[in-house]
Write a protein that binds this ligand. Structure first.
Ligand SMILES: [Zn+2]
Ligand SMILES: [Zn+2]
Length: 269
């Protein structure tokens, strides 16, 4: 990896939540999206609002095939000639959602490998989730790193090592376990969410961040919140309390939450 490239490294969780996801990152001269679970028009409006025209995007990276991550991927690729990067399993599973891509627009990566988009390094790693071949990403540029890990049933050693020391981590805080248990979801769906291939709870997220803190992580964004089974203030408070119980001072760990229906802020890495 090139360690001495002078360039901006920025990250924005444009939207993150169980009803739709789209993340933006810029580094090493590249501008990328991670996932697009929205109609093309919604995505275009949001990107205009953060001042990044879609025709300047170099790549769309896809974490997994679920429609809250893929609904707008094909439309954006065709309309703005953006290459789509995903592994073979995800390309197969999302084929009917994204439709046919233009010639040369499908770029297949092997999970566990890393590659470059311009000078931006992309490390891919498998995530435990009930999708075809779900992955997370660690983006690297100029010696700085951003890790993105949502839609994960459990936080395992591999995820810990792939995000260790990152300057910013977007980690899932999907649900409050009590809200989920008493909430309106049918029992099989509750079981799926709580399983090792479902989604991380606020408590799971806190435990994961305590482990990440020990590797040097001091800044995280809570993401992929459920609309039915979580609230921003509750997620933040639960995670903060967990960190305090582990004797991590508030001032030593910056916590933010990514919004479901409101455009996220731009982070300078
Ligand atoms: Zn999702
Ligand atoms: Zn998913």
């Amino acid at each position: 990896m090139s360690e001495n490239i002078e360039s901006a490294f920025r990250f924005c969780p444009v939207y993150s939540g169980s009803s739709g996801n789209m993340l933006f990152a810029e580094g090493g001269g590249a501008r990328i999206l991670i996932d697009c679970g929205f109609a093309g028009s919604t995505a275009a409006r949001a990107m205009a609002e953060i001042g990044v025209p879609l025709d300047t995007i170099d790549a769309i990276l896809v974490t997994h095939d679920h429609s809250d991550h893929t609904k707008g991927v094909g439309i954006l690729s065709r309309r703005y000639h953006i290459p789509v990067y995903a592994n073979e399993g995800t390309f197969r599973a999302m084929a009917s959602i994204i439709g046919k891509l233009g010639d040369g627009m499908a770029r297949v990566f092997v999970t566990g490998c890393d590659f470059f988009i311009k000078q931006l390094n992309v490390l891919t790693f498998p995530t435990p989730h009930d999708a075809a071949e779900s992955v997370g990403f660690t983006l690297g540029c100029g010696g700085k790193h951003v890790s993105v890990m949502t839609d994960i049933g459990r936080f395992d050693e591999r995820l810990l090592s792939c995000a260790a020391g990152s300057d910013l981590v977007l980690l899932e805080a999907n649900h409050d376990v009590d809200m989920l248990k008493v909430g309106p979801y049918p029992y099989p769906l509750k079981r799926r969410i709580l399983s090792d291939h479902g989604h991380l709870s606020n408590d799971d997220c806190a435990s994961a961040l305590i482990k990440l803190y020990q590797t040097g992580v001091h800044r995280a964004i809570l993401g992929h919140l459920s609309g039915e089974n979580n609230m921003e203030a509750l997620a933040l408070e639960t995670v903060r309390q967990g960190l305090r119980r582990a004797d991590i001072p508030d001032g030593d760990f910056a916590l933010d939450v990514a919004h479901r229906g409101e455009i996220g802020k731009m982070y300078e890495i």
